[in-house]
Design a protein around this ligand. Sequence first.
Ligand code: GLN
Length: 504
Amino acid sequence: MNRSEGPEDLCRIDALALAGLLKLREVSSVEATRAFLDRIARYDGTVGAFLHVRTEDALKDAESAQRTLDAAASGGPEAPAFCGVPVALKDNLSTKGIPTTCASKMLEGYLPPYDATAVERVKASGAVVLGKLNMDEFAMGSSNENSSVKPVRNPWDATRVPGGSSGGSAAAAAAGFAAFTLGSDTGGSIRLPAAFCGVVGLKPTYGSVSRYGLVAFASSLDQIGPLTRSVADAESVFGLLAGRDPHDATSVDRPATASATRGVKGLRVGIPREFLTDAVQPEVRDTVRRAAAWLSAEGATCVECALPAVDYWIPAYYVVSSAEASSNLARFDGVRYGHRAGTYDSIASMYSRSRSEGFGAEVKRRILLGTFVLSAGYHDAYYGSAQKARAHIRAGFEGVFRDHDVLLSPVAPQTAFRLGEKSGDPLQMYLQDICTVGASLAGIPALSVPAGFDGEGLPIGLQLTGPAFSENVLFAAAGCIERSAGCLGRFPDLDRAVASAKGA
Ligand code: GLN
């Protein structure tokens, strides 16, 4: 790539390539930042990925990043990895002085007094923060239709959902609104939208990335991770996020694992039969088989296998996550921060009115469900059973990983569905998470990689799941799929998206 390729191209290349151009001073950070801001201004009215764009401040940050790059070029200290690279962040990541609303009325106008550790690390890498990204309210949802502000549209087909809950993060990465984005994944919220939008998304091993400053949904499941346009980007962004943070007691330093550059020779790949049933779109099933052939061609052995306890995944996940959500969301009571009702006649009515007005329907549903499964008389039957199921699910994975290094499966039963298609039926929506919640309950890493397109031109993502701290193996297998699938560099036509949104 060189200057002659124009500002639009800066928005299409991956973050590592852009970082390289910036270091060589082929382009300036201000030019790159302008290119992304122009693209956002032109197309995000249709896509709806951003809740907040820092136009002036991002340009100021770009100027300061440029000073660092210029100094490095004239013999000063080396510039950090992503110096001057424009990025964007899911709106449940606390950003000092920048609105952080979780796409909820409850947090309208909230300005955090500190940065999340993940945000701090991204800033320390020199990246320029363009703004905050739309999501399902408090990260509860699979289609991004639960945002209190507006839905996000899929850049590949604006009549479709981008997936959720990190729908803004996936759509922004796919549309070229940022060089990479961060999302969060509790039960699939990075992987599902990454698959629907045709980008790479990683849910890291629980504990490998600090959750400090991530607005909590279900603390035993939440993880922050990258959404990127290439596997190499996902690996390098993960590298900068990972590591122990004294502010999150569950965070650990990453044990050394095999290098991602080692390839897939000798890798034992299991393909769970449970996810190849008739309930899965045929083109998605075919793509799993095609990917197995690509992996085999590079020296892996791929065999079908049985994954125990899959039937317990969805019920266990929705009981555990809602129980934790009901406790975590108790803090939004209108007292310290967040929405407070205008009129009330007692402290109890202030709490209940503030919460009734501030939370949307899905969040209320989870709070009610979670409170119920934890209540006296029901705790053992529901929460207790779900915890037992969780232990069983974890053991199921441990057994499978004795014979396999990595599992290959769909991310979702089908490609992106239409806006409104499932929003009236919570159970149908929860079933979108059927392939993703297992890794969350077991705390193990899972990655979504683009592997093809269906007959309607919608991206198909595949999931790679491995034992704890096997991210590098996932990157190696994903690299093989990326090389073979030929999706790298394919870009949605945003002018078409705008036209189809108008016709919708
Ligand atoms: N769709 C799942 C849910 O609604 C997962 C959400 C997430 O991972 N944050 O709970």
